[in-house]
Design a protein. Structure first.
Length: 306
C-alpha cells in the first residue's frame, strides 16, 4: 500500500492509475459497442452485451486494484453474502458523493450483475466516460422542472419513455438497475431548499423506481436497499484519491417486491402514485433512522479492506 506517501503524491498516483485503467478498457468497450450499433439486431445484441459486461467488470476490478494500492480505508460491510450474479436486481441507495458509485461498484462487482445507472443527459459529454456509459446502455435522462413542463407539455413523459426503452434492453441479460431515489447528491443547501423532513436524506422520488418495477417486475429477484454511511463525513473525489476516506459503513438488505404496486399505473392512477409515495417514504424513514444509528454509534469495523 502506498498510503504512507504524502497525500498529494497518493492522489497523483491514484489519478494516473485510474486514467490508465480507463485507457485500457474503454477503447475495447467502444469497439464492441460500435459493432452493436452497426448491426442492430437482437441476436447480435445477445452476443455482444455479455462481452461488454465482462469488459466493464474488468474495468471495475482495475479500479478496485488501484484503490487497494493507494487507499487505507476501513470497510464495515454487511448484507452482501448470498447474492445471485445470474439474477436481476433493483438497487436503491442514498446519495452523498460521487464516491458512492465507486463504493457500490467495488462491493457489488461480480456479486450481482453489472450496475446500470440512470444519468443526467449532460453527462454524455463527459470526455471518454460519456462514451463508455453510452456503450454500456446507461440511459441518459432529460430532467425538467415543473415550470419548464408547463411551458413545454410535449416534453412531459419523455423520461418515462427513456426508462421504458432502457428496461427493455436490461431485460435481455441479467442486470442490476441502480436508482438513487433522491435524484441528486445530498447537501445541506438542498435539504434546506427542499425542507426535507429527514435528518440525513433528501426527499425520495418514487417515479423512477415505479417505472422500473412496472417494466421489469417479473424479472427482479429483489430490491436491494443499500445504505452508505461515512462516519467522518463524505469526501469529494479528489479527497478520495488522496486517501482521505478512512472509514465506510455499508448495509445491504434485500426487500421483496411490492407486488400490489408492481402492476399499477404510476403515471395515470393517482391512487397508485400515492401508494408508491407512502411506500418509499416509509423506506426513507427507516433509512434515516439507520443512518443516524450508524453515524453516531458505528459498529466495530469488520475488515481493513473489502
Amino acid at each position: 500500500m502506498l498510503n504512507f506517501l504524502p497525500a498529494l503524491l497518493v492522489g497523483l498516483i491514484a489519478s494516473v492509475l485510474m486514467v490508465l485503467n480507463v485507457l485500457l478498457w474503454v477503447p475495447l468497450l467502444l469497439f464492441f459497442a460500435l459493432l452493436k450499433l452497426i448491426i442492430p439486431f437482437k441476436p447480435v445484441r445477445l452476443v455482444i452485451d455479455p462481452i461488454l459486461v465482462r469488459i466493464a467488470e474488468n474495468w471495475i476490478s482495475g479500479n478496485s486494484g488501484w484503490m487497494r494500492l493507494t487507499q487505507r480505508t476501513t470497510w464495515d460491510v454487511q448484507g452482501i453474502d448470498g447474492l445471485n450474479y445470474h439474477s436481476w436486481y433493483l438497487v436503491n441507495c442514498n446519495h452523498q458523493s460521487w464516491v458512492d458509485i465507486l463504493v457500490l461498484q467495488h462491493l457489488f462487482n461480480r456479486r450481482i450483475p453489472l450496475l446500470k445507472f440512470f444519468l443526467k443527459q449532460q453527462l454524455i459529454w463527459v470526455p471518454v466516460m460519456g462514451l463508455a456509459w453510452w456503450a454500456l446502455d446507461f440511459p441518459f435522462m432529460r430532467r425538467h422542472s415543473e415550470e419548464f413542463l408547463k411551458k413545454h407539455p410535449e416534453m412531459r413523459g419523455k423520461d418515462q419513455e427513456t426508462t421504458r426503452q432502457a428496461c427493455e434492453k436490461f431485460a435481455l441479460i441479467p442486470t442490476s438497475v441502480m436508482n438513487f431515489l433522491e435524484g441528486t447528491r445530498l447537501t445541506p443547501a438542498k435539504q434546506l431548499r427542499q425542507k426535507s423532513p429527514y435528518k440525513h436524506l433528501l426527499k425520495p422520488k418514487a417515479g423512477g423506481m415505479a417505472l422500473a418495477l412496472n417494466a421489469m417486475g417479473d424479472k427482479f429477484q429483489a430490491i436491494l436497499d443499500v445504505t452508505i454511511v461515512y462516519p467522518d463525513g463524505p469526501v469529494d473525489f479528489w479527497q478520495f484519491l488522496k486517501g482521505e476516506l478512512k472509514h465506510v459503513i455499508v448495509r445491504v438488505r434485500p426487500l421483496p417486491l411490492p407486488q400490489d404496486l408492481v402492476q399499477g399505473d404510476y403515471a395515470g392512477d393517482p391512487a397508485v402514485r400515492e401508494a408508491y409515495q407512502k411506500w418509499v417514504q416509509q423506506l426513507w424513514l427507516e433509512k434515516d433512522a439507520q443512518i443516524e444509528a450508524l453515524t453516531f454509534k458505528p459498529n466495530k469495523p469488520l475488515a481493513p479492506v473489502a
